[in-house]
Design a protein around this ligand. Structure first.
Ligand code: NAD
Length: 282
């Protein structure tokens, strides 16, 4: 085996939560291409099972779809038992379930004087329920699977975890306070867990994707007629590479963080953003 490659990943068992989504499906293909046996764990059983069958056929690497809700410990424990039975001991965990909600999104970017007459589209119109849901899905939805799926890593004294943060974790994006705060908490938790697990051989890192056009953000980035919103223009003007990312752009950093090639790397969050976080706008 070439020491300086991703070859060590071949045959390893990975659990990826939220694996049936846009980014998850792309990462699952990237993992299969490196020979990783992946359990696509998702609340949408049909999508997870269908995707797993497609990937197994495409790459000839054992891939399964498993239903679980990342917010329910018992459902995660049942999923772990299934993964252990069908794939073996879990060596890699990707916490991919997450997202925003229109209920936790303000209508306006900044308040102006006129908004005082109707506060609905401002911070004051946000629903606490929406806030709670977004926070739970992203934070608790990373915490609980980490508790459940790392048991085999503890026994083995080795493992790699990758969380999925976001560009808004460094500096909040307008309109989405719950999602921004929740993703900032993911960076903090990534560092905390990295320290906590460092002496027992489990590494914990994260990627922070920039702007990718997917189902969860389409309502903010594209008008119903398919033309870009002013927000999209702002994003592209502030992305030095001048384009949205493609989910495939996340695969390289993922394989790097999960492979032993990064064995001394823990507690980092890698931006994958076409230069957005490096650019001051001037
Ligand atoms: P997506 O909505 O396409 O996929 C999310 C998946 O999670 C879906 O398959 C959904 O069924 C599943 N899911 C939702 N709730 C669940 C639950 N309670 N239990 C288990 N599974 C559940 O989203 P995506 O764009 O692929 O995003 C994946 C991750 O990347 C998320 O953490 C998201 O916040 C993050 N992210 C996305 C972008 C982007 O531009 N799309 C940018 C930065 C970060």
């Amino acid at each position: 085996m070439n020491k300086y490659s991703f070859e060590d990943l071949k045959g390893k068992v990975c659990v990826m939560t939220g694996g049936a989504g846009v980014i998850g499906a792309t990462l699952a293909r990237g993992l299969a291409s490196a020979g990783v046996k992946t359990a696509i764990v998702d609340i949408n059983e049909e999508a997870a099972t269908k995707l797993a069958a497609e990937i197994e056929k495409e790459y000839g690497v054992k891939t399964i779809g498993v239903v679980a809700n990342v917010l329910e410990k018992e459902s995660l424990e049942a999923a772990k038992a299934k993964v252990n039975k069908e794939l073996g001991k879990i060596e890699i965990l990707i916490n991919g379930a997450g997202g925003n909600s229109p209920k936790a999104t303000t209508g306006v970017e900044q308040m102006v004087e006129e908004d005082k007459k109707n506060l609905d589209a401002t911070f004051y119109g946000l629903s606490m329920d929406g806030f709670q849901r977004v926070y739970d899905l992203n934070f608790k939805g990373t915490l609980l699977p980490t508790m459940v799926f790392t048991g085999d890593m503890l026994e083995a004294g080795k493992g790699a975890i990758m969380n999925i943060s976001s560009m808004n974790s460094y500096r909040p994006l307008t309109k989405i306070p719950a999602y921004s705060a929740a993703k900032a908490s993911i960076n903090n938790l990534t560092e905390w867990l990295a320290v906590h697990f460092a002496k027992i051989g489990i590494r914990v890192n994260a990627i922070a994707p920039g702007f990718f056009l997917t189902n969860q953000n389409r309502f903010l980035l594209m008008k119903e007629d398919g033309t870009p919103t002013p927000r999209t223009e702002k994003i592209l003007n502030n992305t030095p590479m001048g384009k949205f990312g493609e989910p495939e752009d996340l695969i390289g950093a993922t394989l790097y963080l999960l492979s032993d090639i990064s064995s001394f790397v823990t507690g980092i969050v890698i931006p994958i953003d076409g230069g957005f976080s490096a650019y001051s706008g001037v």
